[in-house]
Design a protein around this ligand. Structure first.
Ligand code: SAJ
Length: 417
């Protein structure tokens, strides 16, 4: 008999929730996926996948056809609930917890006692406790963790997601997990859920440490990316080849400089460090400065291109890549989108060709620009005076370099070096 006879509900079927639901269902667990978007629910129930992620489509269609995964807009009763909703950033750069709060409101009436409630959404310190406090208000009949040290009716824990887009289905299984409980029992109960599909080590800790460890991971990467981006500015200023210098420096056994780029995007690395700054502004000067350096890189790229474009009467600029990183279709927080938009606005008499093999139509803020078109790679390059590589997609790697002859090239990723 399965330890979760009522199944596991995964609330929020986005980039993390849907792969997690599929990974659990692949192990034979009955999984209920919940999402507020009815189109997404309908598509998943037909075995469809709403975004590009290697191996996800086959996992979802297999799990749905075997009857292990179903989706709905309502939260069902279940033995475990995993919350994987977004925590976007607010204008004051604190975290918007409203989606988590809504998820808690939706699941609260379904609790009968004996459930595990896991928050996976990236969250500032104290959010897991806030989840418990919200539940206390919604269900005063339930005994919650920590109360009089009795066994709680609901075990509550935080287990931050840490998978890399593009490798989600692999990393879900192989990455180690940090599981932080409101009590040690809570951590253990939540850890058991991950043992169903995770082959990595599952470390148990308290909820606050789990929350902060996730923010620290992404802030660490952001600071390292800022170092690489700042180094590229220094090298440009001194007329030196950044890529050559990084290649040379990385031959040192304890140096591993990341690749500079047109900026740092996405909905994680470019956002999560601000939650640390917001929680402890006086103490987080380096983390804040790193964010500012990375956020300033797109403007630097735009200025350099517009300066070269100003030498043409009607400049034609091909911009290769729109997604926030290589080989994904995710345009959220993408520096490439901002750069393409700003170039098109800065050269109203010219034409900008956007090349993005993973999408078939431009997002609304770009399609509104009259001099910007989505075009295929070859046509764009052939028609351009200036070629700007913004995303290091595999599709651009094998480009016939003779096509670039006589063009002004800006390779923001060092891929053609
Ligand atoms: N980037 C560079 N140069 C590099 C590497 C990345 O410019 O050498 C840029 C990318 O193009 C992108 C941004 O940085 O714009 C972030 O990309 P990423 O690949 O570093 O990270 P994400 O946002 O896809 O995923 C991160 C991961 N966190 C860490 O590596 C510490 C992932 O493990 C997390 O699960 C994810 O954030 C998340 O959801 O928090």
């Amino acid at each position: 008999m399965h330890a979760y006879p009522r199944g596991i509900a995964v609330i929020g079927l986005g980039y993390i929730g849907l792969p997690t639901a599929a990974a659990l269902a692949t192990q034979g667990v009955r999984v209920h996926g919940v999402d507020t978007d009815p189109e997404r629910v309908a598509s998943i129930n037909l075995g469809g996948v709403p975004f590009v992620e290697p191996d996800l489509a086959v996992a979802v269609s297999g799990a749905v056809s075997q009857g292990h995964l179903t989706a709905s807009s309502d939260v069902p009763s279940a033995d475990a609930f995993i919350i994987t909703v977004p925590t976007p950033i607010l204008p004051d750069r604190s975290a918007d917890l409203s989606y988590i709060h809504s998820a808690v409101r939706a699941l609260a009436p379904k609790l009968k006692g004996g459930e595990v409630l896991i928050l996976e959404s990236t969250s500032p310190p104290g959010t897991t406790q806030a989840v418990s406090d919200w539940l206390a208000d919604l269900r005063p009949d339930l005994r919650l963790p920590g109360w009089e040290d009795q066994r709680p009716d609901v075990h509550i824990a935080h287990c931050p997601e840490r998978v890399l887009p593009g490798r989600i289905m692999i990393e879900l299984v192989t990455n180690d997990r940090v599981v932080g409980g409101l009590t040690p029992d809570c951590a253990e109960a939540a850890g058991d859920v991950y043992k169903l599909f995770c082959k990595g080590e599952i470390s148990l800790t308290d909820a606050g440490s789990a929350e902060m460890s996730k923010l620290a991971e992404n802030a660490f990467r952001d600071v390292n990316l800022a170092f690489a981006n700042e180094l590229s500015l220094v090298c440009d200023q001194l007329g030196l080849n950044t890529w050559e210098i990084i290649r040379a420096a990385n031959r040192h056994p304890r140096v591993n400089i990341l690749s500079p780029g047109p900026g740092v995007g996405g909905h994680c690395i470019a956002v999560d460090p601000w939650f640390i700054v917001s929680a402890a502004p006086e103490q987080s000067r380096l983390i804040k400065t790193a964010r500012e350096i990375n956020d300033s890189k797109p403007d630097y790229v735009v200025d350099r291109i517009v300066e070269r474009a100003s030498r043409f009467y009607e400049p034609r600029v091909a911009c290769l890549g729109l997604s926030f990183k290589a080989n994904v279709d995710d345009l959220r927080g993408s520096p490439a989108v901002a750069i393409v938009r700003d170039i098109a606005s800065a050269v109203p008499g010219g034409t900008v060709f956007a090349v993005e093999p993973h999408i078939d139509k431009l997002p609304p803020d770009l399609s509104a620009l009259p001099n910007l078109v989505l075009e295929d790679l070859r046509t764009s390059i052939e028609g351009a005076d200036i070629v700007v590589l913004l995303v290091d997609h595999n599709a651009f790697r094998s480009l016939n370099k003779s096509l670039l002859e006589g063009k002004i090239c800006f390779d923001t990723r060092g891929m053609w070096q």
